[in-house]
Design a protein around this ligand. Structure first.
Ligand SMILES: [Zn+2]
Length: 445
């Protein structure tokens, strides 16, 4: 096999004990890569006749990046969807939808017009089905919120999907079931898969070599087919939700075991449980009420599972040698998640952890539980955080505070909630803003 000799690359230092290969981090080195592995690092390495030489001219070299939280099918679909992230009212959205239908954007393989990105928590009123029907007529329209936790559907879409008719949006558990209905539409697979290779290419160009795919459908079934069709290369850990968890248990696969048919590129990922809601939908489960929560049915948000259900599922995963990825956004949900990990002895991650009780951090540090956070959310959610959690912004979207406590932190995007862009995630984590922008909400300690 041909060697790759990378000339004059500066190595990003990765913590003291591993620096043996980097005598001086800022001094450019040559890197010899043989059979896909780093064989040698040093000054003026000798090429062999077959060496393929690339001069890095002093650029930085670092290991490939992982995105710890991706919904790949949703992300690839979002690349081709009506972008509703800029709207600020139901009327804005209706104007956008009407214009898209006029441009023929509903001529999709499924015949549906799908939008993605609106954030209605700050709207003066909640949207309704009748006003959407008025601009769409018989074209089925599905508008997915930017946090993925609710959908605003018109009557044509409700009818085509066999969902009971209603006046308002569909949220949380009832909404999560709609993803499967959308996936089952004739033409849906064609629509989704067309975007996957594009999404993979974009991720790879950003330095991403692996993702944890927490897609709602069976990503362990999808990836072998994608690889067979020439998609990749990309390493993937495939997660599973409670609904199809028994199928994974029946395979006997443990965390990290290779997914059959994937040629080693895909491995068994975690059981994913969505233990509470989201900030934007104001369903994340908190210790104290949302600001202005008087009219909400659940002023604290609420858990999606009973404690017994959570303990049972997480214990089953642990006994089967699987990790659990527990979605918990509100501080009450994070506390409950820590209880479940402590009681079961299970390993895994808490996903999101957007609001924390500071008193929970020391006990978290003692558990084998990673904080899997998506720093770019703090940009999208800056104003909604100030509106909904004005009394506790100092405990939101913590990253430094987690590290200082000795909690292992892994970064991700939750694409399509934020773009699958590790550089945006790192910039948000470090500067709490877009590159070059003024800092956002500050968290202490
Ligand atoms: Zn997610």
């Amino acid at each position: 096999m041909t060697d790759l000799l990378l000339r004059q690359a500066k190595l990003v230092p990765l913590g003291a004990p591993r620096d043996v290969r980097a005598p001086k981090a800022d001094e450019p080195q040559d890197i010899l890569i043989r059979d896909g592995q780093i064989a040698q690092v040093g000054q003026s390495l000798e090429p062999t006749p077959e060496s393929f030489i690339v001069d890095a001219e002093g650029r930085w070299a670092m290991p490939g990046l992982w995105d710890q939280h991706v919904h790949m099918t949703r992300w690839s679909l979002s690349l081709n969807r009506l972008d509703t992230s800029g709207v600020s009212s139901p009327q804005d959205t209706l104007d956008l939808v009407q214009a898209a239908i006029a441009r023929g954007e509903a001529n999709t393989p499924t015949g549906f017009l799908t939008g993605w990105g609106h954030r209605s928590a700050q709207w003066e009123r909640q949207p309704n089905v009748a006003e959407l029907d008025a601009v769409t007529g018989s074209v089925p329209v599905v508008l997915i919120s930017g946090d993925g936790h609710h959908g605003w559907l018109n009557t044509a879409a409700l009818q085509r999907l066999g969902i009971p008719l209603r006046d308002g949006i569909i949220e949380e558990d009832e909404w999560f079931d709609v993803y499967a209905l959308l996936d089952g539409l004739p033409g849906a697979t064609t629509e989704a898969e067309a975007g996957v290779q594009l999404a993979v290419d974009v991720a790879r160009r950003a330095g991403v070599v692996g993702i944890v795919d927490l897609e709602f459908s069976g990503s362990w079934e999808q990836w072998p087919l994608r690889f067979a069709a020439g998609c990749g290369p990309l390493r993937v850990r495939t997660g599973v939700y409670a609904g199809r968890f028994p199928e994974i248990l029946a395979t006997g696969r443990r965390a990290g075991d290779v997914i059959p048919g994937s040629d080693g590129w895909a491995t068994q990922g975690p059981l994913k449980l969505i233990s509470d809601g989201s900030l934007n939908t104001r369903t994340a489960w908190c210790c104290s009420p949302y600001a202005g929560a008087e009219h909400l049915a659940y002023p604290l948000g609420r858990p999606n599972f009973s404690k017994e259900q959570m303990l049972d599922l997480v214990a089953q995963a642990h006994q089967a040698g699987l990790h659990t990825a527990l979605h918990a956004i509100g501080d009450a949900a994070v506390a409950a998640a820590l209880d479940v990990f402590a009681t079961t002895g299970a390993t895994g991650s808490i996903e999101h952890a957007q609001l924390l009780q500071l008193a929970d951090l020391p006990r978290w540090a003692k558990l084998p539980v990673t904080a899997s956070v998506q720093p770019a959310h703090l940009l999208d959610d800056r104003s909604v955080t100030e509106q909904c959690w004005p009394d506790r912004t100092d405990r939101t979207f913590m990253v430094r505070g987690l590290l200082d406590q000795g909690i292992k932190v892994a970064l991700g995007s939750d694409a399509p909630v934020a773009a699958l862009d590790p550089w945006l995630a790192m910039s948000s984590a470090v500067h709490r803003g877009e590159p070059g922008a003024p800092p956002g909400i500050q968290s202490k300690p």
